[in-house]
Design a protein around this ligand. Structure first.
Ligand SMILES: [Zn+2]
Length: 232
């Protein structure tokens, strides 16, 4: 479906709910549509987008038209922190276009001061309604951390995943290396939960927005085999 941004925006925003507006026309968000969206509706948009991706029904967007429509301003409805992994790109996995998502990416999807500052900008200043911390199956960063890999600056990055490894208990004598897929999957999910907590603990700004009901922070795991994203 091609997008006819300029002619439809004003009427559509006034006439229908933001959710239906986004569903019907697949335009990028403008300020009014973003402001009208609730955190739960933002989450629904991501779930619907992932369902389209999994079904092979991603929208045939006119990205050049979206680029033009957003050139004078951006109003993304959600923020995603994901891994560096080439198979876990949020815009693709959630079937979103130009101007729809703020995306922060780092191996192992761990939060740091720079990312927290970025997310505070995205929500408090730029109006996004949802922050998703998304890990993924077969994560090389988590596997590397499990195996105690050391390499230049990567060593310090992988240290950030250590608390998740320590938090996952296994039977005595169990393999706690990357060869144990069940263990790795537990660490991946635990790391996501811990990064969500870390984000809320370290950002007064985001926590304030969450307490006020203006923003939601959720964890998720992307299965790189099926494409499916499971929200925790
Ligand atoms: Zn990864």
């Amino acid at each position: 479906m091609k997008i006819q941004v300029a002619s439809l925006i004003a009427a559509a925003v006034m006439a229908v709910s933001p959710l239906a507006w986004a569903d019907d026309h697949y335009k990028t968000f403008d300020q009014a549509a973003q402001a009208a969206l609730t955190p739960d509706q933002a989450l629904s948009l991501l779930k619907e987008g992932n369902a389209r991706f999994v079904a092979g029904e991603s929208i045939d967007r006119d990205l050049i038209e979206q680029q033009k429509a957003t050139s004078s301003g951006q109003f993304p409805f959600a923020v995603v922190l994901s891994c560096l992994d080439s198979r876990s790109a949020p815009e693709v996995v959630f079937d979103q276009g130009v101007g729809d998502l703020f995306v922060g990416r780092v191996a192992g999807n761990v939060v740091d001061t720079n990312l927290l500052g970025s997310f505070e900008f995205a929500t408090a200043a730029a109006g996004s309604k949802l922050i998703v911390v998304m890990g993924h199956t077969a994560c090389g960063a988590v596997k590397g951390a499990c195996d105690g890999v050391e390499l230049g600056n990567l060593t310090a990055l992988l240290d950030e995943i250590e608390p998740a490894i320590d938090a996952v208990s296994t039977p005595v004598g169990a393999d706690r290396s990357s060869a144990n897929t069940a263990f790795v999957n537990d660490v991946i999910e635990t790391n996501v939960r811990m990064q969500v907590n870390e984000l809320l603990r370290r950002s007064d700004v985001v926590r304030g927005l969450v307490d006020a009901g203006q923003v939601k922070v959720v964890g998720a795991v992307h299965d790189i085999s099926t494409g499916e994203v499971t929200f925790l």
